[in-house]
Design a protein around this ligand. Sequence first.
Ligand code: UDP
Ligand code: MG
Length: 334
Amino acid sequence: MGLTAADSTHKDMITFVIPVFNEEAVIPQLVERLDALFERVDADVDVVFVNDGSHDGSAELIENYAFNRPYRLVNLSRNFGHQIAITAGVAEAQGDAIIIMDADLQDPPEVAIDMIEAWRNGYDVVSAKRARRQNERLFKRWTASVYYRLLAKMTPIDIPQDVGDFRLIDRKVADALNAMPEQDRYFRGMVSWVGFRQTQVTFERQGRAAGESKYPLGAMIRLAANGILGFSDLPLRIALWFGMMIAMASFAAGIFVFVGWLFGGDTVPGWVSSMLLLSFLSGVQLLTLGVVGLYVGRIYNEAKGRPLYLIDQMQDRHIEANLTEDKQAGQRRQ
Ligand code: UDP
Ligand code: MG
């Protein structure tokens, strides 16, 4: 079987979406693994690389490899972050099924074989579940585990544990995701939200093949917050309950003081306790305001209604060349 879309017109078309941010160290290995994989996949394949504002030679490298491979390169105008890069890739992907995976080979491309099989058995979403987190620091493993369990408790939809963004989605799921306009994108949550027939395949998450993580702690925390804020209003409700409980407690305390006064008790001492209460309540108020602020900030972000990303330029010379030969390809173009 070939690597091109031209040699067969009736086959399924599978598009791989791969976000790339300064991955020049790993791209040669990635290309090698993809070549080997595509020999084994019984479908037409292409790859949408989303260059998320890399400032190394990633884009040129991909361009070079693209001359005899079914690669397209979408250059974003700057670094928009992993989740937006995925969003852009899925929007550009033309396949009947789309497989999203990281560039760094932590998501072994070979898992695609299992995903495609599950897809052919009728599943619309096939998520890759991590059986073991190899070569990841204990801190990351532990925080991830706590976070996913917390998220599961807080959100009404079922966001599976130990599942990242490595998955296959059917065309109709991609269309649904493309139609979701939210600015703060927590992709795995959105995939859970859309429904359809979902299943999982397990794999062992590898260490990075080369280069370093492009996810600093700050970005990790933002992603985690997006998961909770985007899919749960529990923090708001907790703030409400907390406020109500404290109001009731103050009311009871008021009655207590009033009764004490009626029976002639001395009410002037107690400066310490009132100061404590005052500062405690101020703290609670600021905290509550902060929680509300998180949601208001998101509303502000949505209200601006900016495009999710900007494309600098697209490169799909190879596919362009095939188009002239491939009668069917026309319908794959938007
Ligand atoms: N990535 C991206 N934009 C970013 C950060 C990362 O497109 O701003 C890509 C990166 O090139 C990789 C994937 O997202 O393909 C996952 O990033 P990374 O491996 O650094 O994250 P980690 O596996 O350490 O969580
Ligand atoms: Mg990685």
